[in-house]
Design a protein around this ligand. Structure first.
Ligand SMILES: Cc1cc2nc3c(=O)[nH]c(=O)nc-3n(C[C@H](O)[C@H](O)[C@H](O)COP(=O)(O)OP(=O)(O)OC[C@H]3O[C@@H](n4cnc5c(N)ncnc54)[C@H](O)[C@@H]3O)c2cc1C
Length: 592
C-alpha cells in the first residue's frame, strides 16, 4: 500500500478554474486535448506513481545505486519500473510530434511530473535530464543529429545526461577544461566530468551525454565553450547502438539523499578519445546548454513541490495518529489538535499549494510562448517565463527545505530516525537548492539578467498583473483585507525592483549582495498572487454554488493562512534588500 496520493482536486482547480485548460488547449491548436483527457491522464499517472514508483522510494534510499564491473547498477526494481514508464508512453507525453511525442501541454506535463517527483524523486531525475537533453538537441542540433537521436530519446528508449561540472568548474563554467579535437566528421573528447546525474545505468540500451568542452583554438572563458553529443554506444549503420564509446563511469558519489539516483564521475577519452558530435555553433555551447538548464531548473522546482507534497501528506497522517494530549476524562487525543502542530501543517499545506500554482502558471507560460501567433507575443511570454524560472527554481527549492524540516518536526523523534521515511524527504530535498545552479546563482539570474538586463520591464509586467488581481479582490465581499495585503506586498516588490535599478550601478557588490533576498521576496509575492487568485475564484464559485464546496471552503482558509503567515515575509525581505551589501562586505576575509 502506498502512502502517497496525488492531490487531484488541487491540480484540477489550478488547471481548470485558474488557467482555463480547455481554452488554453484551443488557443494552442490542440483541439483534441481537454480537461476530461487531462483528468484521465492524471489518474493513470497517479496509479503508476502510487502503486509502482512510490513503494520503490524507500528501497532506492536504502539500497541506492552501485558501481559494478559493467558500470552502474541501479536500485533493484528501478529497471522494471522504468520499462513500465516507457511502455505506457509517459516518457513521450510532452515530446514533439515530429519525433514521436504526444505534444501534450506543458501545464499538464508539469502536473504529471509532480506525480513522479512525489512518488520517487531519485527515479524521476532520469526522465528529467532526458527531457532537457531532448529540448537542447531539438533547439540547436543539426537535422542529422535530430533524426538519429531524438525519436529514441523522446520515447524514453534512450536516456540523456547533462555533463557540465568538473572538479574546478562548478558554478563557474568558464573554467571547463574538457577538450574536443576535430577528427573526420566528429570530435574526440577527453576530460573528466563529476556529479553527473544518471550518467550511467543499465535500464536502457543507450545513454546520450551532452558534454561541455573546449575546441583547441577556443577563446578563454564562457565564449570558448562548445556543446557535444556523446553517446555511450556509437550508432551502427542501422542507427542502432553498436560499439562502446570511450566514455565510462569511474565512480559514484556517496551522498546525503537521492540515493537511488546515481551521481557519476564520467571519464571521457581514457582510451584515445570519446567520439562526440557538435550541437549548435562552435564556442556557443552555453547558449545550447541553457535550453537544457532552463528546462531542468523548472524541473527542480517541480521536484521541490513533489517532495514537499509527499512530506506534507506523511506529516498530516502522522499528526492524526500520534496521541500526545490527555483530556480531563483521561482519554488521549492526537497532536493535530495542538495549535502549534496546526501551524506547521498549515505552513506546509499553504506553501505547497502556492508552489503548485506558480509551477503550473509558469508551465502554462511555456505553452503560450509555443502557441504565440506573433513574434511580439512570443517574446512577451518568453520574457515572463524567463522571470519565473529563477523564482520557480530558487524560491521553491528553498521553501521545500522549510517544509521537509517541518515534516520531520511534526514527527518528533520519529522524524529523526529513519523508520517513518520523513527523514528521507528532508535529506532528498537538500540537493534541490544546490544543483542546476545554486540559490545564489538563481538570485543573480533574477536580479541581473531578468531585472537589470531589461530595466525591469518583464518583471514590471508581472507586478502590474499582481496589482490587478489585488484590485479585483478588493471588490469582493470578504476579501478586502487580503486584497490590501497583496497590494502592499506587490508595492514591496516594486520598491525592491526600483531600489535595485537605482543602486546596482553604484557598487558592484550590491546586486550580488541583495539578490537572494530579492528573489525570495518575489517568490513569496508570486505565491501570494497565486493564492489570492485561488481565493478569488473559490469565492466566485462558492457564490455561484458551483464546484466542490468543501474543497473551495478549504482553499479559502488555506489562502487566508498564506496571507497571514507567509506573505508578510515580503516586508522583511524588502528591508534586507534595502540594507544593501555594506555590512556583509565590511570585514576582511581574515576576520572570518
Ligand atoms: C547530487 C548531485 C547531482 C548533480 N548532477 C549534476 C549533473 O547531472 N550534471 C552536472 O553537470 N552537474 C551536476 N551536479 C553539479 C551541480 O550542478 C554543482 O554542484 C552546482 O552547480 C554547484 O557547483 P559547485 O558544487 O562546484 O559549487 P561552487 O560553484 O563551488 O559553489 C560553492 C558556493 O559558492 C557560491 N557561489 C559560487 N559562485 C558564485 C557566484 N558567482 N555568485 C555567488 N555565489 C557563488 C554557491 O552559491 C555556493 O554556495 C550535481 C551535483 C550533485 C551534488
Amino acid at each position: 500500500m502506498s502512502d502517497y496520493l496525488f492531490p487531484y482536486k488541487d491540480a484540477d482547480f489550478i488547471l481548470n478554474d485558474l488557467l482555463d485548460f480547455d481554452r488554453m488547449c484551443l488557443d494552442a491548436g490542440l483541439e483534441d486535448v481537454n480537461a476530461e483527457l487531462a483528468t484521465a491522464i492524471l489518474e493513470e499517472a497517479g496509479r503508476l506513481g502510487s502503486e509502482v514508483l512510490a513503494p520503490l522510494n524507500a528501497i532506492g534510499d536504502d539500497l541506492g545505486a552501485k558501481l559494478g564491473e559493467n558500470g552502474v547498477e541501479e536500485t533493484p526494481g528501478f529497471a522494471e519500473a522504468y520499462r513500465q514508464y516507457v511502455d505506457n508512453g509517459w516518457a513521450s507525453l510532452s515530446g514533439d510530434e515530429e519525433y514521436g511525442g504526444q505534444a501534450m501541454p506543458r501545464a499538464l506535463a508539469a502536473a504529471v511530473v509532480e506525480i513522479w517527483d512525489s512518488s520517487n524523486v531519485a527515479f524521476s531525475l532520469c526522465p528529467l535530464l532526458t527531457t532537457g537533453a531532448v529540448e537542447a538537441i531539438a533547439a540547436h542540433g543539426s537535422d542529422e543529429l535530430k533524426s538519429a537521436y531524438l525519436p529514441d530519446m523522446v520515447s524514453g528508449e534512450w536516456t540523456g545526461s547533462m555533463c557540465l561540472t568538473e572538479p574546478a568548474a562548478g558554478s563557474d563554467l568558464a573554467a571547463v577544461t574538457t577538450r574536443a579535437v576535430p577528427e573526420d566528421d566528429h570530435y574526440l573528447i577527453t576530460g573528466q566530468k563529476i556529479f553527473i546525474t544518471w550518467g550511467d545505468h543499465q535500464m536502457t540500451e543507450n545513454i546520450i551525454h551532452l558534454v561541455l568542452a573546449r575546441l583547441p583554438d577556443a577563446p578563454a572563458g564562457v565564449r570558448g565553450i562548445s556543446l557535444f553529443l556523446v553517446p555511450k554506444f556509437l550508432l551502427d549503420e542501422n542507427g542502432r547502438p553498436g560499439k562502446r564509446n570511450d566514455a565510462f563511469c569511474v565512480g559514484i558519489e556517496h551522498k546525503l539523499g537521492i540515493h537511488g539516483s546515481p551521481t557519476c564521475t564520467l571519464s571521457f577519452g581514457d582510451n584515445g578519445g570519446a567520439i562526440g558530435y557538435l550541437v549548435g555553433q562552435p564556442n556557443n555551447g552555453l547558449t545550447a546548454m541553457f535550453t537544457m538548464m532552463n528546462e531542468a531548473r523548472q524541473g527542480v522546482g517541480i521536484q521541490s513541490l513533489g517532495v514537499s507534497e509527499r512530506s506534507y501528506q506523511q506529516a498530516a497522517a502522522y499528526a492524526k495518529e500520534r496521541l500526545q494530549g490527555t483530556r480531563s476524562d483521561g482519554s488521549r487525543y492526537p497532536i493535530i489538535e495542538f495549535p502549534d502542530v496546526r501551524r506547521m501543517l498549515m505552513v506546509m499545506k499553504s506553501a505547497t499549494e502556492a508552489m503548485r500554482g506558480l509551477i503550473y502558471f509558469a508551465a502554462a507560460e511555456g505553452d503560450r510562448t509555443h502557441a504565440a501567433k506573433t513574434p511580439e507575443d512570443a517574446r512577451k511570454h518568453a520574457a515572463r517565463t524567463g522571470v519565473y524560472t529563477p523564482i520557480v527554481k530558487g524560491w521553491i527549492s528553498e521553501l521545500c527545505q522549510e517544509i521537509t524540516y517541518l515534516g520531520t518536526q511534526i514527527h518528533g523523534g520519529m522524524g529523526y530516525v529513519e523508520e517513518t521515511g520523513s527523514a528521507q524527504h528532508y535529506r532528498d530535498a537538500r540537493i534541490m537548492t544546490i544543483y542546476e545552479g545554486t540559490t545564489g546563482i538563481q538570485g543573480l539570474d533574477l536580479a541581473g539578467r531578468k531585472t537589470l538586463g531589461d530595466n525591469g520591464e518583464a518583471l514590471q509586467d508581472l507586478l502590474d498583473e499582481i496589482q490587478a488581481t489585488a484590485g479585483e479582490m478588493s471588490a469582493i465581499d470578504g476579501l478586502a483585507t487580503m486584497a490590501a495585503a497583496l497590494k502592499q506586498a506587490a508595492d514591496a516588490g516594486n520598491e525592491a525592483k526600483d531600489w535595485l535599478l537605482e543602486h546596482a550601478s553604484q557598487d558592484r557588490n550590491i546586486a550580488g549582495g541583495v539578490s537572494v533576498n530579492y528573489m525570495m521576496l518575489m517568490g513569496y509575492l508570486c505565491g501570494g498572487w497565486v493564492m489570492g487568485r485561488s481565493a478569488l475564484k473559490a469565492v466566485q464559485l462558492l457564490q455561484a454554488g458551483g464546484g466542490d464546496q468543501a474543497f473551495l471552503e478549504t482553499k479559502k482558509v488555506t489562502a487566508q493562512f498564506y496571507f497571514e503567515h507567509l506573505l508578510p515575509r515580503t516586508a522583511s525581505y524588502l528591508a534586507t534588500v534595502k540594507s544593501g551589501s555594506e555590512s556583509m562586505m565590511a570585514l576582511d576575509a581574515e576576520q572570518f
